[in-house]
Design a protein around this ligand. Structure first.
Ligand code: DCP
Ligand code: MG
Ligand code: MN
Length: 345
């Protein structure tokens, strides 16, 4: 018969039991060797539960059945300080691992990831079942659905093949469209995290590419190249528009990220610099421009920009002095020419 006091009100060691239980659930989640730790700690909890008085010394703890030296030390940490080092450590590890897992979902940033963690979500399954009543944006739903594919980078050959398919479909709409592949691909990297496409139209015949995304995007969906939209341009008829989505080479292929940026033809050079990157290279070039009294962005190099002395916010756009080619921008900034493959860490 149970001579302890399990059924009669709370244990005098309730705080200890609560913390040991938290440790058990982390051990269980970790699996492997920790499963054994979970079992041992559960046995210890059961004896602590039946102990009729407050534990006050390590010796007293050690005398309880299934309570070993390590558990006794943990118990005494709680008795003395109110918390257990090991639990704090395991919790901080768990929190960083889970937050990282959640941040791997497209559209989920560290804030949301931490919020979900604090609501008790621990696995992608918890996210799928919307545990805790969380809400997912359409982009996050797609990110979750293709979680595994989207963790991977593709070979540059695959990026090129998808790009070639897109370019030929674009040329069915208008032969004069100019498309090029940017980002890590243009920098010559072996693998690409996504496909970055710059799109414009030569302006010799005074026509533009305005409205092309309105035709192109549905066509790409029909061909099964695009399989989901993450962010649709506000105004697809604008000369400057950005599309973000998911694509794949064929029905059996892995799902990849794609960005399509459309720009006015005369901004080609500035856009080329921006979209080629890498982001660190862009930052240093922009900083350099600023030191010389210019301002560089994806639209061009500007002179006479005025910034509010207090906020540093631009209050006068300045005059566009270069944007057609990369070279003229490099030249004005007196930066030696750098091949795309040199523009990386
Ligand atoms: N870019 C930037 N600043 C950002 C994001 C992007 O300057 N915050 C520019 C530089 C990047 C380019 O856009 O090189 C493309 O962005 P990606 O995020 O696609 O990055 P990469 O193509 O360079 O690398 P990845 O292979 O991971 O896609
Ligand atoms: Mg990229
Ligand atoms: Mn990109």
């Amino acid at each position: 018969r149970d001579v302890g006091h399990t059924s009669e009100g709370p244990s005098p060691n309730e705080d200890i039991i609560i913390q040991l239980r938290k440790l058990v659930s982390i051990y269980q989640a970790l699996g492997g060797e920790d499963k054994w730790r979970a079992l041992q700690t559960t046995k210890a909890i059961n004896t602590v539960k039946r102990h009729p008085k407050r534990i006050t010394s390590e010796e007293e703890a050690r005398n309880l059945k299934f309570v070993g030296e390590k558990t006794a030390k943990k118990i005494m940490q709680i008795v003395r300080s109110g918390s257990m080092k090991r639990l704090k450590y395991e919790e901080s590890m768990e929190s960083s691992v889970v937050t990282k897992l959640f941040s791997g979902i497209y559209g989920v940033g560290p804030m949301v990831a931490r919020d979900w963690y604090s609501r008790g979500l621990r696995t992608l399954d918890d996210v799928k079942t919307k545990k805790g009543g969380i809400r997912l944006s359409p982009a996050q739903q797609l990110g979750l659905k293709y979680y595994n594919d989207l963790q991977e980078r593709m070979t540059r050959e695959e990026a090129k093949e998808i790009f070639d398919g897109i370019r030929s479909i674009a040329h069915e709409i208008d032969k004069s469209l100019i498309l090029d592949i940017m980002g890590s691909y243009r920098r010559g990297q072996e693998t690409c995290g996504d496909i970055d496409i710059l799109l414009t139209r030569a302006d010799e015949d005074r026509k533009t590419h305005a409205g092309v995304l309105r035709k192109l995007l549905p066509k790409l969906h029909e061909h099964g190249i695009l399989i989901g939209d993450l962010s649709y341009p506000h105004d697809p008829d604008d000369l400057e528009a950005k599309y973000m989505g998911l694509c794949r080479l064929g029905p059996e292929s892995k799902v990849r990220r794609i960005d399509i940026l459309t720009i006015p033809y005369h901004q080609w050079g500035a856009a080329l610099i921006y979209f080629t990157g890498d982001d660190i290279f862009n930052r240093s070039l922009r900083l350099l421009a600023r030191h010389q009294g210019y301002s560089l962005n994806q639209r061009g190099l500007f002179s006479g920009v005025h910034r509010d002395p207090k906020t540093q916010v631009k209050d006068f756009q300045g005059k566009n002095i270069a944007s057609r080619t990369e070279r003229e921008i490099f030249d004005i900034l007196r930066v030696p020419w750098q091949e795309p493959r040199e523009r990386r860490r």
